[in-house]
Design a protein around this ligand. Structure first.
Ligand SMILES: [Zn+2]
Ligand SMILES: [Zn+2]
Length: 181
């Protein structure tokens, strides 16, 4: 799982920690395949390279890496099935520390990601971010009218006269409710 694509997402942590306050910025585009993303059924397709723009900042004991991960996606509107696409920008914010400092650090902070060796490898946390954040269900607009169940027209484009009786199960509980008070 090491290629020039994934190597670009490594940060030399030891070097950074030698100079608290020092920074390193990574701007990198990487395909979902190179990241090793496997999306769940129902998730939208990732339609292009994932764009990573993060800055690593060294403190005395740990390195904070924060920035944005932009996921381009495409798919169909859940209601009207129109092709839609967009870019989902996700905040990335993690802190890393050397695993050899484990004993000293564990009392301080449970949110640190411990790193074996000298390099922070962002592939895994970014892969997880992309797999979790790639949208599963999106509407083309909040008030998409969807497709008519009776005649099949896209009701956003063609109004139809069909009468559709929609029973909303959320109200079913009210049928059994007797307001005796
Ligand atoms: Zn729609
Ligand atoms: Zn209709």
């Amino acid at each position: 799982m090491s290629s020039p694509q994934t190597r670009a997402l490594r940060i030399n942590m030891v070097e950074l920690l030698r100079h608290p306050g020092s920074e390193r910025t990574i701007e990198h585009e990487i395909s979902a395949e190179d990241l090793g993303c496997q999306l769940a059924p129902g998730q939208f397709e990732i339609s292009g390279d994932v764009v990573v723009g993060v800055t690593a900042v060294a403190a005395t004991d740990d390195v904070a890496v924060s920035g944005l991960v932009a996921i381009p996606w495409s798919g169909e509107c859940r209601r009207c099935l129109k092709a839609i696409s967009g870019v989902h920008n996700v905040d990335f914010d993690e802190r890393f520390a050397p695993a050899r400092d484990r004993d000293r650090l564990s009392s301080v902070d449970g949110d640190l990601l411990l790193v074996e060796g000298d390099q922070i490898d962002l592939v895994e946390p970014i892969r997880e971010t992309v797999m979790i954040e790639t949208p599963t269900s999106v509407l083309c607009s909040d008030d998409c009218k969807g497709i008519c169940d009776v005649c099949g027209v896209d009701r956003n484009e063609v109004p139809c006269e069909c009468v559709v009786v929609v029973r909303d199960d959320r109200w079913a509980a009210l049928d059994d409710l007797h307001l005796d008070d």
